[in-house]
Design a protein around this ligand. Structure first.
Ligand SMILES: Cc1cc2nc3c(=O)[nH]c(=O)nc-3n(C[C@H](O)[C@H](O)[C@H](O)COP(=O)(O)O)c2cc1C
Length: 155
């Protein structure tokens, strides 16, 4: 049986909840992608041009540091979850994909948002991680939706 790891970044808890539900449904291990410098409330203010998240998202080369590396070597399949920030993945997800070797593995993305979809997120991240197979919005936390998605994947 393939060994599955669910990883996620979550700034305010929504993606964390979805990730835990997914890990439970998959009987997978779970790993939180924690930023070395945590995001405080003011950092997340998208109305502020000078907030940390705005500055990072305006810079495609921003790579916020991760507190501890994920040990992905022993897993065949890795799910990576994150909130949508400015219609795409937070830059820490780029840091994550650039900091480990995903070759030979299958990677699935999942995301939560206030309503936006994944847009070009999957194709953009595939450029730095060709192991990415597909991605799915899991906004409503609906167990049915999650189960249907899992059932559709060749895990
Ligand atoms: C900096 C920032 C930018 C965001 N940009 C978007 C966006 O473009 N579209 C959207 O639907 N939601 C956007 N959101 C809302 C989050 O995607 C949503 O609240 C998400 O579920 C939060 O997940 P979390 O609690 O795991 O961090 C943004 C939130 C933040 C903090």
């Amino acid at each position: 049986m393939s060994k599955i790891l669910v990883t996620y970044f979550s700034a305010s808890g929504v993606t964390s909840k979805v990730a835990h539900n997914l890990a439970e449904a998959l009987k997978a291990d779970i790993f939180e992608i924690k930023p070395k410098i945590p995001y405080h409330r003011a950092d997340l203010d998208w109305n502020n041009k000078n907030s940390r998240s705005t500055i990072e998202m305006n810079d495609i080369n921003a790579r916020p540091e991760i507190a501890a590396p994920a040990d992905i070597a022993s897993y065949d399949t890795i799910f990576v979850g994150f909130p949508i920030w400015w219609y795409t993945a937070p830059r820490i997800i780029n840091t994550f994909f650039e900091s480990a070797d995903f070759s030979g593995k299958k990677v699935y993305l999942f995301a939560t948002s206030g309503g936006s979809g994944l847009g070009n997120t999957v194709s953009n991240l595939k450029k730095i991680c060709p192991a990415i197979v597909e991605g799915k919005m899991l906004n409503r936390g609906s167990v049915n939706e999650m189960q249907n998605w899992i059932a559709s994947l060749s895990l």
